[in-house]
Structure formats: C-alpha cells, structure tokens
Design a protein around this ligand. Sequence first.
Ligand SMILES: Cc1cc2nc3c(=O)[nH]c(=O)nc-3n(C[C@H](O)[C@H](O)[C@H](O)COP(=O)(O)O)c2cc1C
Length: 378
Amino acid sequence: MANLTTKYAKLTLRSPVIVASAGITGTVERLKRAEDNGAGAVVTKSLFQKEVCRVAPTPRFKIIKHSNSFTLYSYEQASEYNLEEYADFINKAKRSLSIPVVASINCYTDEAWDEYSKMMEQAGADAIELNLSCPHGVHIMSGIDVIEEMVKTTKLVKNTVKIPVIPKMTPQSTNPGSDALRLDQAQADGLVMFNRFTGLDIDVETQKPILHGGYAGHGGPWAIMYPLRWISAVSPKVNCTICASGGAMDGNDVIKYILAGASAVQVCTTVILNGYSIVNKINKQIEEYMDRKGYETIEQFKGNVCNKILSMEEVDRSHWAKAEINKDKCTGCGTCFKVCIYDAVDKVENKYEISANCDGCGLCAELCPTKAISMIRR
Ligand SMILES: Cc1cc2nc3c(=O)[nH]c(=O)nc-3n(C[C@H](O)[C@H](O)[C@H](O)COP(=O)(O)O)c2cc1C
C-alpha cells in the first residue's frame, strides 16, 4: 500500500504535494482548503517589507495561449497584510491547520530579515521560506547578484531562528547548480527550485506591455523542464532536501520531480486554474503509480533518474534509425516533405516515400498529422 509520507526541510509531510505561495495561500480559509484537499504543507502568500507591493493592481492575470500550451502571466506581488497582521495570520493558520505552515517572507534590509523571521517563529510557523526570487520583486528587478544576497540572508536567518530555513531560488542565474551548492553550504534546510522567470508580453496594436504596463511573472506547463534538469543535477550533491516548483500540473509531473530527486513538489498554477481539489487528484495519481510499480515509500523511487542521465561521451551517436511511411495512413499532406532537410522524402502518386537519404532525425514522424510515419532500425 503506497505511503505518500516524505521528509522535506526537517518536516514530515503526509504528501509530497505542497500548495505554493500565492493568492491561493493568502488567507486561513484558503490554507484550510488546501489542507482539506490533501496538501502535505502550505507556503503562505509572501509578506514583503516593501510596502508598495502590498497592493496588487487589477486585473493581474492573463492567459496567453500557445498552440498546445499556455502561459499564466501575472502581476501579484505580496500579501496585503502588514507585519503584525501577517504574524496574526500565521498564528491563526497554525491553530486551524494540522499540516506544516511555511511562512514566506521577502525583505531588503538585514534588520527586517532579522525582525520578520523572529516574528514568524514566534507566531508558530513550522519553517521560513526566503523569497528573494519574486520575478517582479525588489531584488530581481534591481538586477543585483541575487545569489550573494541569498547566501548572506540564509546565514543571517539561520542565526536568528531555530525552525527550518528554506531559500526559494530564482531560475534567473548563470548557474543555479553552483547557487544550490552554496546555499547548502550556508546550512539551508531545504531549497525551493525555482520561483518563476520575469517576462514581458506586448500588445502590438497599442505598442505597450500588456495587462498593467510592467514586467510580470510567467510560467505554465512548459516550465517544468528547466527545474527538472537542475534538480536532477543538484539533488545527488546536496545535504539538504529539495522542493521542486515550476510547471507541475498533475501527478505525472510530480512523479517526474521525485524521480529527479525532489522530496516535495510545490503546485501553484494548477491550483489557480483547476481549484484545490487538483491536489487530491495528484495524490491519487502518485498512489496509483506507486502501486503499479510496487513502491511503498517515496524514498524508493526518489532520485531514480539521476544515475541514468548520460554524459556527452556516453550518448549513442550511431544513426540506427530511419523513417518509414505507412502508405495506408498517408494522406499526402506533404508535412514530411516540407520539413525534411535531407531531401529524403519523395512524392509517388499523391503519397510520400522515404529514400535512402534519410538521416533518421525523427522530425517527420513527430509532425505527421495521421501518425503514418514510424522510426525503424536501419
Ligand atoms: C499569481 C501568482 C502569485 C505568486 N506569488 C508568489 C509569492 O507571493 N511568493 C512566492 O515565493 N512565489 C509566488 N509565486 C510563485 C509560485 O509560488 C510558484 O513558485 C510558481 O508559480 C511556480 O509554480 P507553478 O508552475 O506550479 O505555478 C506566485 C505565482 C503566481 C502564479
């Protein structure tokens, strides 16, 4: 029988699925909804020292459709609460919930980091997430070297509180891998990899930024591959545990993150768009996978992909494959002909055939609308 319990940042969670910091975790009622729908923990909507960020503009969401995916583009910076109200919120949340409550704070002076983190600990927070990574927050927008601030802040807050301290990393770095190692050395108890990227979209008619006129956070299902890559590289090397964040929409995505070495996975966009009940569905999907694979614990498959990632030297570079067209399925649309740069597609009586020029790249098979092309051994 699958047991979803996991250990992350010295906390024991009943499920690896954590509802991430955002408006969806901005009030005690919303946190309760996350708990009632099976979340392993919640991270509260960030408290910012910068007061202007405590009022969000409206509207602040835009769904930008791509052909097979979408971007959730948003401008929502901070909790509306001030420091005292936020401490009260954390305190009430702790009294109403039985799952861990992680308080998320974002300051820009050492004095405030010290004061805010002490207040969160006193209010009963189970851990503190350090949010220097907000895609439209003070640090990212200033263009400073965020990792230096993050390392300094992690050390400072570690010296201030006894509860676990979890830096939430920005993906906007030249080397998130070495950033993670430095934060681990700074005694981080857990790492969140990552917050979202800062982006811009433009209305070509008005020639202005869309929505509210500034840069905004952007993410979506497509955002999963970047954190997957870095978590798989970092997880075997750090002492602390890792929480994935970015593009996890369903149970399959959460499983991928665990296979890459994450101990827990934050979900945000999928909860915003599908409601809190998606957490229950994700838990069920993980359980089904574990039962099918014969796993009883998360540890049994955590990080299983890490030693299967090949180096450049190890990749099989032999051209073993070639395309083959099933004439019965070919409609003669010509997609394969249009995309083949090897001149390996010939038209024969309104259908297409593959010639000996085929390099085996596989693009025609990927794009064929009727799935008439398969890749076979030469
Ligand atoms: C509308 C919105 C508000 C967010 N607010 C915060 C925040 O206050 N603090 C924070 O650390 N991350 C914030 N995030 C980032 C999420 O916590 C999460 O890391 C990110 O969205 C990636 O996960 P996802 O792809 O599941 O959405 C926000 C994200 C969205 C979409």
